[in-house]
Design a protein around this ligand. Structure first.
Ligand code: ADP
Ligand code: MG
Length: 272
């Protein structure tokens, strides 16, 4: 897997446009000042340590959690439609926790998806000999293949995938992520949430790194890879530079320009 054919560099359709958004639970804001975009054909990685706010971000993008400040725009419309309407308009979601029905067999699990059985088998022929098996008896990797295959068979325009690698062997993860990459080559936009930095950077075109609810690095994955040690410092919650205490709300690192520590605190450095 390489970062060639980078759809992020071309002007394909803007699927998701999040601007200075705040997401949280009731009165508690978890993700603040989030600015993020996804274009058709692009795999975007959202990286960060456990508890950084990645799942909260996906729930905000999906509209499960309301946006209390800023905006989430989805295919040019303000994303205020209910979740089922957004699914009809092309939103796909593969949650981190078990998404399949364990007592139903593989085929029935695929049947209850919007995309049916054939599309999923086309993407993952490995599931064919397993169709009659109760999904709960599949290996972890096969279960993820099932939930990912089912979501992709519905032909979403934007697919959100939460920590598909959790608990899986590297080979299984590679298989799943290369299928994701293949779908993006066909025009789908994808957000993958990952804790595994190197793997996610390998498969994505662009990446955002989140720390304590704020984006602290973003850029082309190839560029972020070169500074993987910075990403890891954010994971370990270490300061990464002299002015590394990112408490503010600056948002000047736009587009594909690699930027680290872009948030300038209130009264702090403006860029330049
Ligand atoms: N339902 C909830 N209610 C209140 N706080 C929550 C809820 N879910 C998650 N949080 C808090 O939000 C923060 C970010 O969580 P999460 O988005 O799950 O992080 P990540 O996916 O990066 O591990 C954590 O501090 C977590 O305790
Ligand atoms: Mg999570």
């Amino acid at each position: 897997m390489t970062n060639d054919n980078c759809a992020g560099g071309t002007a394909t359709e803007l699927l998701l446009d999040v601007r200075k958004a705040t997401f949280g639970y009731g009165p508690v804001s978890i993700v603040r000042n989030l600015t993020m975009s996804v274009r058709a054909g692009e795999v975007v990685a959202l990286l960060g340590a456990n508890g950084a706010g990645k799942t909260t971000t996906l729930l905000g993008i999906a509209g499960v959690l309301g946006c209390t400040e800023g905006s989430v725009s989805w295919l040019g419309h303000d994303a205020t439609a209910p979740l089922h309407v957004r699914v009809q308009r092309g939103l796909g979601f593969v949650p981190g926790e078990q998404a399949i029905t364990p007592q139903l067999n593989v085929k029935d699990n695929l049947r209850i998806g919007r995309g049916g059985v054939a599309g999923a088998l086309e993407l993952f022929p490995e599931l064919k000999p397993l169709l009659r098996r109760p999904a709960g008896l599949l290996s972890g990797g096969e279960q993820k293949m099932l939930s990912l295959g089912r979501a992709i068979a519905a032909r979403p325009r934007l697919l959100l995938v939460d920590e598909i690698s959790l608990g899986l062997a590297p080979l299984a993860v590679r298989r799943l992520l290369s299928a994701v990459r293949q779908c993006a080559a066909g025009g789908m936009g994808v957000v993958i949430v990952e804790q595994q930095v190197r793997l996610a950077l390998e498969v994505s075109h662009r990446a955002y790194v989140m720390r304590r609810g704020e984006i602290v690095m973003e850029g082309a994955s190839a560029d972020v890879s070169r500074d993987a040690h910075l990403v890891e410092a954010h994971y370990l919650d270490r300061p990464v530079a002299d002015n590394a205490d990112n408490t503010g709300a600056g948002n000047t690192g736009a587009g594909n320009t690699f930027s680290s520590n872009r948030a300038a605190g209130a009264g702090g450095n403006a860029h330049g």
